[in-house]
Design a protein around this ligand. Structure first.
Ligand code: SAH
Length: 456
């Protein structure tokens, strides 16, 4: 027998928000039935309209707020439109930090069953705007005009804008200029529905310390019309430009970067510094987007690793060797593993660039390479992992448990999978000593953490 729900579609009801979801919606409960309402903040009393009801939960729309949260900041609705990806822009920065810190604590308890783990206050930014060193802007066409900006939340409609609250001004400027040039030259925009047209995305990456700019033009077709003119104009109008890359993505897909990459002008890479370490960054390699907070995060990882110079260290999911080279300055030897071969090429080049001779890098999946090393008799005293959102592969966690490194430092961009993996490591003989959340992505719902584990 199906249970009747306490609310119906199209009902107008008064609620008090109790919580906020991981994607920034307010949560209210009616007789235990949860309703998710975008834009609602914990503690607020409001009138909402129920717009959808499902078995387990419903969705509503905010109609009127009777009592505002002290953390709410008012943003005119047209403005709000401008800032793609900023799910938390209606919350003061202090409120955002509080929300993220609470989320980490809750998830570690609920999913990780880590009742008494020490979670430090989150490390936030002094200036939480215009921090991103990278933009990837979708291009489309509206009324015969080339548009570019960001996708509206949960849609593929492009909002045409040159503004972003969170990107560095140099990145915003690069996108704006390239967009103007493409429009002037009549380069046809990609049409997602019919899979026709040319220009899919404009990507810009900027080395904040070196002031070097890379622009990647991503097209559906191998042919880039007006290529020479485009390059000439970009070079003339963007003084910080060091590299122009053409990438071809011919597939019907949401993935931005495609299979073929070709340097059109300048260098293959741009450079940047984190602390004293210099990094070469190529088109396909992962590089942290918030250079200021990256230093904070890596310093924490280094502190937790607590190296004396005698240790063998493994850095799994090492990207271009950022954490590895940071650690190599204090370790006997560091071994980095990463699945993207181009990133491993960058990592090797980065070691040379910094005259670091005690770091080695291998391309492959961490869950394949590290078990293989272990079988060959190679172990580590300290093991660092920094996996993507889905967390560590089970096979890797099992190898860690068997290998028994004294210390594990877990850098994570997803508290949910961090909690899951910490539980597995705890059950396998590790103790989570402490967790440090770091706000790498102000205005967005993302939370980064660094966790320190010791072998029991
Ligand atoms: N530690 C680096 C990169 C972290 S991002 C830094 O801070 O810059 C996660 C990295 O894991 C990405 O570079 C991604 O390409 C890589 N990756 C994803 N799946 C992997 C796997 N199964 N094995 C090894 N690396 C993987």
């Amino acid at each position: 027998m199906s249970r009747t729900l306490p609310v119906n579609k199209n009902d107008y009801i008064d609620v008090v928000f109790e919580d906020i979801t991981h994607d920034g919606a307010g949560v209210a409960k009616v007789e235990g039935y949860p309703l998710f309402i975008p834009n609602g903040l914990p503690g607020e009393k409001a009138k909402i309209k129920v717009i959808k009801t499902g078995k387990g939960y419903g969705i509503g729309r905010l109609i009127e707020i009777y009592e505002k949260s002290p953390y709410r900041v008012d943003i005119p609705s047209e403005e709000k439109h401008k800032y793609g990806g900023c799910q938390l822009e209606h919350i003061s920065y202090k409120g955002q930090l509080k929300y993220k810190e609470n989320q980490v604590r809750q998830v570690l308890t609920r999913i990780g069953k880590l009742e008494d783990v020490v979670v430090h206050p989150i490390l936030g930014m002094e200036e939480p705007f215009h921090y991103r060193n990278k933009a990837q802007v979708p291009v489309g066409e509206k009324d015969g005009k080339l548009i570019a900006g960001f996708f509206k939340q949960r849609s593929h409609e492009i909002v045409d804008t040159n503004e972003s609250l969170i990107q560095l001004p140099e990145v915003n400027e690069a996108v704006k200029v390239v967009k103007e040039i493409c429009s002037e030259l009549g380069i046809p925009a990609y049409q997602e529905e019919s899979h026709k047209g040319v220009l899919r995305h404009i990507m810009a990456r900027y080395g904040k310390q070196t002031e070097e700019l890379m622009v990647v033009i991503i097209t559906r077709t191998t042919d880039l019309p007006q290529k020479n003119k485009l390059v000439e104009e970009m070079v003339a109008r963007l003084p910080k430009l060091k590299s122009i890359v053409h990438n071809v993505n011919s597939k019907r897909t949401n993935v931005i970067i495609g299979e073929k990459t070709n340097v059109l002008w300048g260098n293959e890479v741009i450079y940047d510094y984190i602390g004293d370490v210099k990094f070469a960054i190529s088109t396909l390699s992962f590089y942290q987007v918030n250079p200021v907070q990256t230093k904070v995060l890596y310093d924490k990882a280094l502190e937790y690793a607590n190296l004396s110079g005698e240790e063998n260290v493994i850095d799994a999911y090492c990207g271009i060797g950022t954490i590895s080279l940071f650690l190599a300055q204090k370790a006997k030897k560091v071994f980095g593993v990463e699945v993207v071969p181009e990133a491993i090429e960058d990592a090797k080049r980065n070691a040379e660039l910094n005259e670091i001779t005690n770091a080695e890098f291998a391309a492959g999946e961490a869950e394949v390479v590290i078990p293989k090393w272990y079988k060959e008799g190679n172990t580590a005293d300290v093991l660092v992992v920094d996996p993507p959102r889905k967390g560590c592969d089970e096979a890797l966690l099992q190898t860690i448990i068997e290998m028994k490194p004294k210390k594990v430092v877990y850098v994570s961009c997803n508290p949910g999978t961090l909690a899951r993996d910490l539980r597995i490591l705890e059950d396998g003989g590790y103790r989570t000593v402490e967790v440090q959340p770091v706000d790498m992505f102000p205005m967005t719902t993302h939370v980064e953490c660094c966790a320190w584990l010791e072998r029991k």
